[in-house]
Design a protein around this ligand. Structure first.
Ligand code: ADP
Ligand code: MG
Length: 471
């Protein structure tokens, strides 16, 4: 959950915590402003309060009108908001005259299911509510989206919607796991339409915010205005509709809004973490309606896409990171793009701070926790099982002493993948393969590398296995 403290204008902004913005110079200036704000608060509220509540919080600049304070937990966010919110807002406004919005979010805000607070916590709220959509992230544009196999359909569909003069399919339903680019694509559609057809009304908001506004409208007995707002747009985009699951009244209202827009041939774009059919806690008629247009899923990333994303981001951040390091990260950090970005950001911050070039060695040090978390994803046992299945041999052959090529080759592939996809050492891997010596594993790794270079069919096989295991 997040709180938006407005300066002279009411809005609630979707609270997705991102940690570093691209514009580093902008951020460095703000960093010192943030430390000034903090030291003033420290002087005012005392050392103990400062240490417990304000020091652990960090900030990020969203744009030159908006600052976001990130609190480690929801509880701390609430506390900072109630105890220090007003002061924070005033002090920031002294630092940043253009500031209009101070948001306080907690770091889990992006993924956590939240309850709506008993009353909307909006300071300085004016009754007028012109801005019903959320702010668009300036980084989330089509130009900054790296396209690869896993997301090409979703990307093409989003482009179509962004560029089309008439509604090409309705709704566009984008789905996929966390951090794979759904929000990015939706913002990109909105940016594109704003740039090319500024007269078209586009509204983007999270399902959570839709509900929040709906509840607020009911509280103020203002549901007519609420309905009007949504029903007069050209393009409505609602992000993360799985949030509606089990929330019957909001779902009902959303269903009516949705139908009204589709009936008038207005474009609707929806995202969720699952396909329409798999959405739990959604009414059948809703699920069926959501699947009427184009349903495009974003698959988990593959190595090439991850590498492409890293290269593009490193380039945009204007930092020199050896290709070897980027390749290493693309191999190791397989969870999602958000985590990949987080790793890169941390690496860049480190390099700037210590003023030393990034190497494979210090990368492993700086990112050890992220790397470890990703390693846990694939176990040697899983690798052995998959590889045995793939080559149609018994799992037991992974540990057996047999050395015929039909058995030994798959075993070598499994060792190779164990080395690539886990953090296990060579002796550890050897032990898991029937107590073999670490030199046997080393030999296997070399052999597979060699074969990959010589035999493209073999290399594709290995790559396929890797993808299956990483996915
Ligand atoms: P989702 O909404 O699916 O959870 P986001 O759209 O928030 O994911 O993406 C998470 C982060 O990863 C964002 O910073 C986004 O810019 C970045 N990202 C995801 N996919 C790509 C891509 N294909 N190219 C560039 N950046 C991407
Ligand atoms: Mg999202």
């Amino acid at each position: 959950m997040f709180v938006a403290l407005e300066i002279g204008h009411a809005d609630i902004v979707q609270g997705v915590a991102q940690t570093v913005t691209d514009d580093r110079r902008f951020e460095t200036g703000l960093s010192s402003q943030w430390s000034r704000v903090r030291s003033k608060l420290r002087a005012e509220f005392g050392e103990a309060a400062y240490r417990s509540w304000l020091k652990p919080a960090s900030f990020e600049a969203v744009d030159d009108e908006t600052v976001r304070i990130l609190a480690p937990t929801r509880f701390m966010r609430d506390w900072i908001e109630t105890q220090y919110g007003e002061r924070l807002k005033r002090l920031w406004a002294e630092e940043m005259p253009a500031l209009r919005r101070l948001e306080i979010v907690h770091l889990g805000a992006a993924t956590e299911k939240v309850e709506v607070p008993a009353s909307p916590v909006v300071a300085d709220a004016e009754k007028s509510d012109k801005e019903i959509g959320a702010l668009l992230d300036p980084r989330f544009r089509f130009e900054n989206f790296v396209v690869g196999k896993p997301n090409e359909l979703a990307f093409a569909a989003a482009r179509r919607v962004g560029e089309a003069q008439a509604v090409p399919f309705n709704p566009l339903f984008l789905y996929g796991g966390v951090g794979l680019g759904k929000t990015h694509l939706m913002h990109a559609i909105a940016w594109h339409i704003r740039d090319t057809n500024p007269e078209r009304r586009v509204i983007y908001l999270s399902a959570e915010k839709f509900m929040y506004q709906f509840i607020r409208a009911m509280r103020y007995k203002d549901t007519m205005a609420f309905k009007e707002q949504f029903r007069s747009v050209d393009v409505l985009m609602i992000d993360d509709v799985q949030f509606f699951s089990g929330k019957d009244n909001t779902q009902e209202e959303f269903f009516h809004t949705f139908n009204a827009l589709v009936d008038q041939n207005r474009q609707v774009v929806i995202s969720a973490d699952k396909s329409p059919n798999d959405l739990e806690g959604m009414e059948e008629r809703m699920k069926s309606r959501l699947g009427w247009g184009l349903v495009a899923d974003i698959h988990p990333t593959i190595y090439e896409l991850r590498l492409g994303i890293l290269q593009s981001k490193a380039e945009r951040m204007e930092v020199d990171i050896p290709l070897k390091v980027l390749e290493f990260l693309a191999h190791k950090i397989t969870s999602n793009v958000r985590e990949l970005e987080g790793a890169l950001n941390r690496l860049v911050a480190y390099a700037n701070l210590v003023g030393r070039p990034v190497t494979l060695e210090n990368t492993q040090e700086v990112l050890h926790d992220i790397l470890r978390a990703n390693d846990r994803r694939v176990t040697i046992e899983e690798i052995q099982k998959r590889v045995a299945e793939h080559f149609n041999i018994r799992l037991g052959e992974m540990y057996s002493a047999r050395r015929s090529r039909a058995i030994a080759r798959p075993r070598q592939v499994a060792m190779y993948l164990a080395k690539q996809l886990t953090a296990r050492s060579l002796p550890e891997i050897g032990r898991k393969f029937g107590g073999r010596d670490h030199t046997t594993v080393m030999h296997a790794v070399r052999k597979v590398d060699e074969l990959c270079a010589l035999d493209s069919a073999f290399s594709e096989d290995v790559e396929l296995l890797r993808r299956m295991l990483e996915g």
